[in-house]
Ligand binder design. Sequence first.
Ligand code: NAI
Ligand code: PHE
Length: 372
Amino acid sequence: MSIEQVISEWEGQVGCVGFDHETGAFFSIAIHSRALGPAAGGTRAMRYAGFDEALRDATRLAGAMTLKMAIAGLPMGGGKSVIALPAPRNELSEATWRRILEVHAENLATLAGQYWTGPDVGTSAADMDVLHERSGGFAFGRTEAAGGPGSSAPETAHGVHVAIHAAIREAGFDDLEGRRVLVQGLGAVGYDLAARVAADGARVIATDLDAARCERARRELGAEIIEGDAVLATPCDVFAPCATGGVITAGVAAELPARVIAGAANNVLDAPSTADALARRRIVFAPDFVANGGGGIHLVGREVLGWSPDEVAAHVEGIGTTLSEVFELARHDGVSTERAARMLAQQRFEAPIAAPAAPSASTGRAAPALAE
Ligand code: NAI
Ligand code: PHE
């Protein structure tokens, strides 16, 4: 897909694109919507086959952030940063990575608060410390040592766990005791989620490209480890995709031997219409922008709305109520759960919008909204 195609098929703005000659990294910041507040979304740093693919990922992920913020009732819009790395993250020297963060921070500063970033695949709370300091404050999710609320991953895992429980009830079973839960990706969110479902008595099946993470899950959680290419053919009660997106295509939806899909991976469907094929097979799908909202609730709740950790946790529990509404609307209107969730998110744009509280770079707390 050409860059022209990526941009012309998208309704948002590309806030920034760039290339750093010193490191060979390509940068993009996609801003999908600022209707509910400044755009927010994490920084993803990984290898891509080409910059067109990276930019397409940024635009699609930014769109998912708009839906996520809207359905969670948060006063932010949707955006995303994607950095296409010159080599796998674990092969970059500290100096190269530091330089990449500094260039990204300059890009954030240029946008002057139209877009706020946070952690995502390939970036951590410690990286947010650097981005916050060097951009003039436009990064959520700094370490507690640096005055931030820490990683978004634990509350994301909490929310996905809540979503799994809502979805299994919709599928007709009440608990996870003895159920097979397949976790794809044992990173910051996936490992935490695997530990939570193991504590529920589930039989954890897991896979990751990183053998050490698999070994840890086998040792600590008693997980059965499977090869990556066996994931979509392994029977399970719950499939929890926690790696990258695009895993469920129409072909996969027609065959997947699972009863429930609920995970953290953003844009897990290759296209919204793929959810129709899941609905036809009565596979209960928890839309990812609802299920994985816990991280955004943590970051925006703590840093913009001034919530305590307990208030954040209570809002994350609310993901279960939102999903119940999604399932009920899907049943009532005879549409897929993805479609129903999009309809619910859309209602936030149709309701009269009170002036959104935009964060201030210096404090991270609410300040007067930016002029649109
Ligand atoms: P992470 O980078 O810590 O972990 C991702 C893991 O997936 C890594 O262990 C990696 O080796 C593994 N992986 C990658 N491709 C794989 C494949 N094909 N098969 C098996 N394993 C594979 O990322 P994190 O933070 O855990 O995020 C996971 C997903 O959740 C991402 O899609 C992210 O966008 C999404 N998400 C994360 C949030 C957060 O707060 N960290 C919030 C909402 C969504
Ligand atoms: N990257 C995470 C997500 O996709 C967490 C995040 C939320 C980061 C909001 C920045 C802003 O939800």
